[in-house]
Design a protein around this ligand. Structure first.
Ligand SMILES: [Ca+2]
Length: 281
């Protein structure tokens, strides 16, 4: 009897210890999984946790020149190229943009920049706009973020396997990036398709000439071709480009008639949760 009692006590103790160890093991396993998961999604999590969601009032407007009217509306910035109709020499369409002031411009190799924004797109079918770009000192461009309802093709599928629409004026917009390669030429990277009313979770980091662009979970990096007076622009640069043939309308005096002929009557790009960090060497 005593033996049976002791046996039960010993077995119960062993069971308790095993149970406790198992629990500890499960907890450790859970922690380990969390660590593995964080490592696997390090880049995504980094983008998620570093977004400070500032209001435009914290955005330093003294760094920027405005092409068109002040875009600030409450907590967001609204860029309407059809309303502002800003024309620049050698431009390819009406603009409404912010750009780094000329006296603050430096080579991309001399600055660390981190620009983030949620970019809502409300555009008529057939529209094509550049909504963010690193511009070279001359008329060239280094990085361009496009939203385009044109026939442009030649994109590889994104990492999720999605392909570009590449059909003109059907209300499905291809969102893509062009980066000028250091050795000449440029690469383009398809991010996603959207329809009017949807938004892009955009971020571009220039770490001394090494540019990383992200949106829709896609991440694209290049050491880019540089210019001594490079500068960032963002907003709405509405291309005067035929959506089917992709021929540009050269004369700015013809742009109003061109947009009307394509029934491009709405073109508002709204930036919210804007963040811009700039550290010049
Ligand atoms: Ca399309």
């Amino acid at each position: 009897m005593l033996y049976s009692f002791l046996r039960v006590v010993v077995l119960s103790f062993v069971a308790l210890v095993l149970c406790a160890c198992g629990g500890t093991s499960s907890a450790k396993k859970g922690t380990a999984n969390a660590i593995v998961s964080t490592t696997e999604n390090e880049q995504v999590n980094e983008f998620a946790t570093q977004n400070p969601h500032p209001t435009p009032s914290a955005f330093d407007m003294s760094d920027w020149d405005i092409e068109g009217a002040d875009p600030r509306v409450g907590e967001v910035m609204e860029f309407d190229a059809l309303r502002e109709q800003h024309v620049t020499p050698n431009g390819s369409g009406w603009r409404h943009e912010l750009k780094i002031k000329s006296e603050k411009r430096v080579a991309m190799t001399d600055v660390y920049e981190d620009f983030q924004a949620n970019i809502k797109v409300e555009m008529s079918d057939g529209s094509k706009a550049i909504v963010a770009q690193h511009h070279a000192g001359d008329t060239g461009t280094i990085m361009k973020l496009y939203v385009s309802d044109t026939s442009e093709a030649g994109f590889s599928a994104n990492t999720a396997g999605a392909t570009s629409d590449s059909v003109a004026s059907n209300g499905i917009f291809d969102v893509y990036v062009r980066l000028a390669r250091e050795g000449g030429g440029e690469d383009k990277h398809f991010l996603s398709t959207i329809i009017s009313g949807q938004a892009i979770d955009f971020r571009v980091i220039n770490d001394h000439g090494f540019v990383t662009v992200s949106g829709f979970g896609e991440v694209f990096s290049r050491t880019v071709k540089d210019s001594a007076k490079s500068y960032l622009k963002f907003g709405n640069y509405l291309q005067a480009q035929h959506p089917q043939t992709r021929e540009n309308v050269e004369n700015s005096e013809d742009w109003a008639a061109f947009y009307a002929s394509q029934n491009i009557i709405e073109n508002v790009i709204t930036f919210s949760d804007i963040s811009y960090q700039r550290l010049v060497d």
